[in-house]
Design a protein around this ligand. Sequence first.
Ligand code: NAP
Length: 242
Amino acid sequence: MQEQKIALVTGASKGIGAAIARELAGDGFRLWLNYRSDHRAATLLAEEIRGSGGDCTLLPFDVADVAAVATALEPLLEHQVPLVLVNNAGFARDGILALMSQGDWEDVLAVHLNGFFNVTRLVVARMLKKRRGRIINIVSTSGETGMAGQVNYSAAKAGLIGATRSLAAEVGRRNILVNAVSPGFIATEMTADLPQEQILPMIPLGRIGEPEEVSGLVSFLCSERASYITGQVFAVNGGAHI
Ligand code: NAP
């Protein structure tokens, strides 16, 4: 009997993470769906996935909280190992560096970098034993190029790009493939309040992207067709950074 595939997606109650969860469920993955606080949105998504014949386990925890991550994941990992991990959870706390609070600096680094470390360390240890796995880190155009008002967020996402490349080099021989997907401006709660008149001129395709335009690439990178791709950063940004 073929082993059932599991995908753990962090920050998947809404936005890009929810689109990735839907798409991977459609690809036949059982979902371990993490989020932090929006129980209603997560429950609705889980019901939607189950209603379409899929399987979804809700895992509410803060990826930046190492103890909470271990409490939620270790009991599950005793029995099953995800084939796919998508590190997507995150947020921005924009503001110019000269006025940035210590908290806004630390919280943004914590969710993206500590979050990656806390979740990935536990999962990759088991993937190494299984000798297979796919890890996708959701980064950002801000991690590839300078963006005023996002020094904390740029530092976090650039760090995650570095972690992607080094981890890919570290685990490739065990058939674990690690890549980053780098969205530009995508229509989610995170970008809802940004001034369109300032953003649209920066995008050659002349529009903001949809979460499904990111999740399609993640689905491909998790598929057998992407079996020789590792250590790469793939932009989905409408040409905003070329
Ligand atoms: P979003 O709509 O605001 O959704 C963020 C998700 O992350 C929610 O499910 C949220 O859970 C979860 N989350 C936040 N902090 C968390 C934590 N500490 N632990 C666990 N889950 C947490 O954001 P999005 O736009 O989809 O962004 C998703 C990812 O794409 C982020 O890494 C972001 O940096 C990246 N990105 C987004 C854009 C864009 O234009 N939207 C562009 C480039 C990169 P709850 O709401 O349940 O608390």
